[in-house]
Every structure is written in structure tokens, then in C-alpha cells.
Design a protein around this ligand. Sequence first.
Ligand SMILES: O=P(O)(O)OC[C@H]1O[C@](O)(COP(=O)(O)O)[C@@H](O)[C@@H]1O
Ligand SMILES: [Mg+2]
Ligand SMILES: [Mg+2]
Length: 297
Amino acid sequence: MATKDINTADSASDTRTIDEIVDVIATTAPEIRTGLPGRRVASEVQNPSGETQMAADVFADDLLCERIGALDGVGEYASEERPESIDVGTGSLSVAVDPLDGSSNLKPNNTMGTIFAVYDAPLPANGRDIVAAGYVLFGPVMTMIIARGGTVDEYVIYDDATYELIREDISVPDEGSVYGFGGRVPNWTEEFEAFAREIEQDASRKLRYGGSMIGDVNQILTYGGIFSYPALESAPEGKLRVQFEGYPIGYVLETAGGASSDGEKSLLDVDKPDLHARTPLHIGNTNLIAKLESALD
Ligand SMILES: O=P(O)(O)OC[C@H]1O[C@](O)(COP(=O)(O)O)[C@@H](O)[C@@H]1O
Ligand SMILES: [Mg+2]
Ligand SMILES: [Mg+2]
């Protein structure tokens, strides 16, 4: 779990570019949301992870690629929906996006979101190269979480593409009260199942699981506790992707004073050279992640 200092932007021009990226993420969100009703259908195409893309995944990716790619300070753009990263200019920052996280929740009209990470290195980058990360949550209200400069803030995004800071310097509450674990239970490893059963026995916590990582993560940021998408017997690398999900969510949680892990170490220290590599993912209160790591040891 060993956490190190959180990396932050160190030049005025990078700071300005991060402002612009955040602005694109926020101002594009209402348009993505408005475009969803006609796009809750599967396309004919599989993404690089072998999952069938929804029309909405492609729509959101195209919008974000065009707008983030137009920023002077951005050099590379990559997303879960494209096989390779693309060169979009000469800027020094790279942006990796999960345009819609939890898009299988589109059909039943449940929570979903957009995740982004900004790296001051070429893609695929390392977790310690992140200089800002965050997400938009399409819930009953559109909210946006941004981790940068050592703090995590929350905004509300309005339909007219304006946004307002509502909570500053968020930290994961000490007394974690929720938990959620992904993957089919018969597919969990013996060690993870034993850990999950122990967590369930604690009367101070209740199950909250929505099937969209970003919604489940936001519950942890709000109430404290633990969320895992663990290694599975059939998928020892887990399901979630390092560059698009693991690093940004690890960065957000660690900036908020929580912890992240792949089962052994901080998500930010996962070292996998493939753009679409996967990782087991665990985030939450520091004491719970420490307990998890010793249970999986
Ligand atoms: O229903 P499953 O297969 O367990 O997967 C759920 C997980 O897969 C995801 O939907 C993967 O993300 P995408 O929707 O971006 O592919 C996570 O949000 C979620 O935690
Ligand atoms: Mg995702
Ligand atoms: Mg996605």
C-alpha cells in the first residue's frame, strides 16, 4: 500500500492546461448526458478490452477527443475505446479517458460517469506521472470530483454547462460505513472471499453496490468504507484498466487521504506497460486497505 507524495503540476503552463481540461470535461458533460437517450444500444464494435461498445461510449469518446485534443498544452489523447493513443499536438501533457464508466448501466438507467487522468509523460504512463485526475458522475445531479494540487474538490454541473464549487478539500470520512465488491462471488479467490465475509460481519457497514465503478467509488468518497473489483479466478488481472480507471481513481482516493491497492501495493505503483492493461482494484479507508492487503498476503 506504501503511499508516496502525490505528484502535482509544476509549471504555470501545465496548471493552465489542467484548468482547460477540467473546463472541457465539465462543459461537455451536459452534452454527453443530453446525447444519451438515443444511444442506449450496443454498437457492432468491440473495444480493445473485448467488450461491445455502446453507441454512447463512442459518442462521448468522439466529443472528448475532439475537444481535449484541441487544447494547446495536450500532446496525446487515449481512451478505453481506442486501440492506440493518438498524437493531438505538441503539448507536454497526456490525457487518458474512460468516456463512460459503467455504460452497461445505460439500459437500466443507473449511475454512470466519465473518468479522466492527466499525465506529464507519454502514454502509457506510470501512476506517479499523474498531475490531476477526476470524474463526472451522471446521477440525479451531475457532480464532478477533481483531484489536483494535493486537494480534492467537488462541483455541481448545471444543464447550461456552468459549474459551481460545492465542497473543498474533501477527505474520506474516518468511520467508513459502506462497502461494495464486484465480480461474481463464485469467481472470487478464497482469500478475497474470506476478507469480504469479515467485512460483512461488521455491523457498522452496509452493502452499497451499483455496478458502475465510478458510482461505487463516489459512495466511498462520501461515506468512507471500501470498494473492490478484485482479481477473479477466471481473471487474475481483474477487470478494470490501469490507465483509465486504476490510476485516476487511486490518485483521487490517495489525495483525499484514503488508500488504493492492487492487493499488494498502491495502485499508483502498478507497473504495466500495455495501454489497456488491467488490474485488481481496491480503494477506501487506509485501515481497511491495510487489512485487505494482509488478508491477500
Ligand atoms: O458487471 P461487471 O462485469 O462485474 O462489471 C462492472 C464493472 O465494469 C465497469 O462497468 C467497467 O467500466 P466500463 O463500463 O467503462 O467498461 C465498471 O464501471 C464496473 O465496476
Ligand atoms: Mg470503466
Ligand atoms: Mg467505459
